[in-house]
Write a protein that binds this ligand. Structure first.
Ligand SMILES: NC(=O)C1=CN([C@@H]2O[C@H](COP(=O)(O)OP(=O)(O)OC[C@H]3O[C@@H](n4cnc5c(N)ncnc54)[C@H](OP(=O)(O)O)[C@@H]3O)[C@@H](O)[C@H]2O)C=CC1
Ligand SMILES: O=C(CO)COP(=O)(O)O
Length: 355
């Protein structure tokens, strides 16, 4: 509930809210910074006490955001129950592999009607669950939202102009998140297609790895455009078959996020693809990155799911063969280029030719 009125960083006056950000990595830090600059009290949970102490005393999270001061009323903590208990709204930026465990272990701490927003762009290994589905299973009495879009953390902390999408069924959740996060450099658009927004955010990581590979091989701008556009065709084909709205893929969470991660070396997934394209082993590239690149896990899950439900995903299959099989990059490229030529936009002209 609003407590007092204070001027915000953007000059407006808004009630101060207690919010929690769970996850002390790059994106948790970026969102904590936006919320802090917007005048809110941020209960910023991370599991490492030394890191919490550093943010408490210096305002800097040197492992994930070196040199960036997270300003405002930021309250780093390793007490997750306390952070959830104090917050009106909880943002979760925990990698997909740990997401359910963290929520489940603390499920009793969430309150009826509390807004919980996933910032995570991944898929759970067992059962192909998205993070909003995990939230619905673990804390069904909460109101759930998903935030996704072209949101490189390293640009947001520089206050570079950025837009994102809040997807939620409940209009109050959408409006609340827009009010909390919106400011002169951060715009929040709304969508109701939670599944599409969330799946788009997870799927684009795969194509960012492909684009990184293409960049390492200096394949040219035509090839980049082809990869991004065929990636969009492939990810929307898959997502629509699972119930997403195809129109979501025309928005920021779809093509928007695909563009940024497929064209920027600031994307960790792009960097993994680039390193592999330059001859590095996948495990070494991941170790060197030292941060999460969700796409390498999403790739395995999507390949398996696509085969199970019979969806044609040649880029997913090709990347899987390069990263986890023994196919050479040139053999995969050749097989993609020489496959049956087919429809451009299959929502207009259906694919009629068998692969
Ligand atoms: N970075 C970005 O630009 C964006 C990221 N995202 C998404 O946000 C999610 C988080 O990514 P990001 O912050 O970038 O990742 P980082 O690799 O930067 O940080 C990962 C964070 O997760 C924590 N963590 C890892 N395992 C656990 C666990 N078992 N329990 C609790 N905390 C854990 C790490 O803690 P510790 O240091 O203690 O290991 C660290 O704080 C991902 O799904 C990503 O796709 C979405 C939009 C943009
Ligand atoms: O999702 C992101 C930008 O929208 C961040 O991408 P990476 O995880 O590849 O850095």
């Amino acid at each position: 509930m609003p407590e007092k009125i204070e001027p915000l960083a953007n000059g407006a006056k808004e009630p101060v809210h207690d919010v929690a950000v769970l996850g002390g990595g790059s994106f948790g830090s970026a969102m904590a910074k936006v919320l802090g600059e917007n005048g809110h009290r941020v209960h910023f949970w991370m599991r490492d006490e030394a890191q919490a102490e550093e943010v408490r005393t210096t305002g800097i999270n040197s492992r994930y955001m070196p040199g960036v001061e997270i300003k405002g009323d930021i309250r780093p903590t390793t007490d997750l129950a306390d952070a959830i208990g104090k917050a009106e709204i909880v943002f979760v930026a925990i990698p997909s592999k740990a997401f359910r465990t963290v929520i489940r272990e603390n499920s009793s701490k969430f309150r009826d009607g509390q807004i919980v927003v996933s910032l995570t762009k991944g898929i759970e290994a067992h059962g192909f669950k998205l993070m909003s589905e995990i939230l619905l299973e673990e804390i069904p009495r909460c109101r759930i939202g998903v935030l996704s879009g072209p949101n490189l953390a390293s640009e947001i902390v520089n206050r570079d102009l950025t837009a994102t999408v809040i997807a939620a069924k409940d209009p109050d959740v959408r409006r609340t998140v827009q009010d909390l996060l919106g400011c002169e450099y951060f715009r929040v658009y709304a969508n109701v297609d939670i599944y599409g927004v969330e799946l788009a955010g997870a799927l684009k990581n795969i194509y960012a790895i492909v684009a990184g590979l293409a960049s390492a091989l200096d394949m040219g701008e035509n090839a980049n455009a082809m990869l991004i556009t065929r990636g969009l065709a492939e990810m929307s084909r898959f997502a629509v078959s699972l119930g997403a709205n195809p129109m979501t893929f025309m928005g920021l969470a779809g093509v928007g996020d695909l563009i940024v991660t497929c064209t920027s070396s600031k994307s960790r997934n792009f960097r993994i693809g680039y390193a592999v394209g330059k001859g590095q082993k996948l495990d070494d590239a991941v170790a060197e990155l030292g941060q999460v690149a969700e796409g390498i896990y999403t790739l395995e899950l999507v390949k398996e799911k696509a085969e199970a439900i019979g969806i044609y995903m040649p880029l997913v299959r090709g990347l899987y063969e390069i990263l986890y099989g023994d196919a050479s990059i040139s053999a995969v490229i050749n097989s993609l280029m020489m496959s049956v030529q087919n429809s451009d936009v299959e929502f207009i002209l259906p694919r009629t030719i068998a692969e």
